[in-house]
Design a protein around this ligand. Structure first.
Ligand code: PMP
Length: 406
């Protein structure tokens, strides 16, 4: 049974309630839909609060700055109560990874050093480290998966050594939907004094976050996957590390003084926020996170798993299907599979003809596809606004594809 509070969440998403015929949006791992309060908040910001932030000596600019900075406070709360100066606003997870890979690695990574990643990373949490390692002459080691698609912690323990300077990994896999044992890996990294970076793009939408409990050095997430606008992202970093890092980009707002001889840097978080930010977007992010924090996360996770399980029940009986998802406690409900006779793109097109949105392809995780022995998969990713009808619409489309291709 779905709890009444979870069921009522769906009504707050205009794209779902206004869609005729009914829309079954099952691609939230790619991007989430936005509740009305977020859409309304952006509209009201532009209607009555819009000005540039931080620099204006007039009331309207002060109002815009207050709205923008209130969102930083909300993000700090969402992360379990970190300091506001530890919250850097970025364009998204990709931007956050690039910031640390460029700034922290640029200063600290040396020839012969090692970075440890996992084979399951999204390209965004792999390519920036590869670029940084190549620049420094460092090496990257990858934690493999076990046969049940979990991280191999025994191998992780042997890979993380005195040479390891940084360990970066996803909190939740965007392909497998598995919640990685980040705390165990962070503990291994701490033993050798390595810095830890967690890609929370898929963790933030489903899990309650507490930076003190996780004890990582950096954590990144994207606003658009947690019901906020696109172009908004967050990098959490420990204050001492951020203070020691050089700026990522130069420009307005990130400086203290500029002369023809050179410049000095602003304090945190401004040092890492060059140029006019996506003000309305971040105002929307604050609203979205307040909406998300009001949801019972345990009930929502149970709901997402139940929807995923509903699809798995059918797919596990279907001929020619290789399922990469299994109902489990360390799983957020994402269902990824390969069909011997139906190409993922064909299935996604047939789903589209039935108003069902699913993802097809390599999901920006080509090394993981290689580890799974496939070039592409189909992925159905439910979220708190989905219901049984959405999954049933997907199953109907899947049956239609079976009739056509098998
Ligand atoms: N990491 C993971 C695990 C993701 O799922 C994504 C988005 N698919 C990203 C990083 C990149 O996020 P963005 O494109 O919002 O920067």
């Amino acid at each position: 049974m779905v709890s009444a509070s979870i069921a009522s969440i769906r009504e707050q998403f205009p794209i779902i309630t206004q869609s005729k015929p009914a829309l079954a949006y099952l691609d939230s791992a790619a991007s989430s839909q936005k509740p009305k309060c977020v859409i309304d908040r952006i509209k009201s910001y532009y209607e009555s609060e819009n000005a540039n932030v931080h620099r204006g000596i007039y009331k309207l600019s002060e109002t815009a700055t207050a709205a923008f900075e209130a969102s930083r406070k909300t993000v700090a709360e969402f992360l379990g109560g970190v300091k506001e100066q530890e919250v850097i606003f970025t364009k998204g997870t990709t931007d956050s990874v690039n910031l640390v890979a460029s700034s922290w690695c640029g200063k600290n990574l040396k020839e012969g050093d090692e970075i440890v990643l996992t084979v399951a990373e999204h390209h965004s949490n792999m390519v920036p480290w590869q670029i940084a390692a190549e620049k420094a002459g460092a090496t990257i080691k990858y934690i493999p998966l076990t046969s049940d698609y979990r991280l191999d912690l025994d191998v992780a323990a042997s890979l993380i050594s005195g040479k390891t300077k940084l360990v970066a990994m996803g909190h939740v896999s965007n392909v497998l939907g598995i919640i990685h044992p980040v705390k165990s890996v962070i503990a291994l990294a701490k033993k050798v004094g390595a810095v830890t970076f967690i890609d929370g793009a898929q963790g933030a939408p489903h899990l309650t976050l507490d930076m003190k409990d996780l004890d990582c050095d950096f954590y990144a997430f994207s606003g658009h996957k947690v019901m906020a606008p696109t172009g908004t992202g967050v990098l959490y970093g420990r204050e001492n590390l951020l203070n020691d890092m050089p700026p990522y980009q130069g420009g307005g707002d990130m400086i203290e003084t500029v002369s023809l001889k050179g410049s000095t840097w602003n304090t945190l978080p401004s040092k890492f926020e060059a140029g006019t930010p996506n003000i309305a977007g971040f105002v929307g992010l604050g609203e979205a996170l307040r909406f998300v924090m009001a949801i019972d996360k345990e009930a929502a996770l149970e709901h997402d798993r139940r929807l995923g399980a509903r699809a798995i029940e059918v797919l596990s009986e279907a001929k020619g299907v290789r399922l990469f998802s299994k109902v489990a406690d360390d799983w957020v409900g994402v269902v990824t599979f390969y069909h011997e006779q139906i190409h993922p793109h064909d299935l996604a097109s047939i789903c589209d003809s039935e108003q069902v949105c699913i993802r097809a392809g390599h999901h920006c995780a080509q090394p993981l596809m290689e580890a799974l022995g496939v070039s592409a998969t189909s992925r159905m990713s439910p979220y708190v606004y989905n219901n049984d009808d959405d999954v049933d619409a997907f199953i109907k489309a899947f049956r239609k594809a079976e009739k056509l291709f098998c």
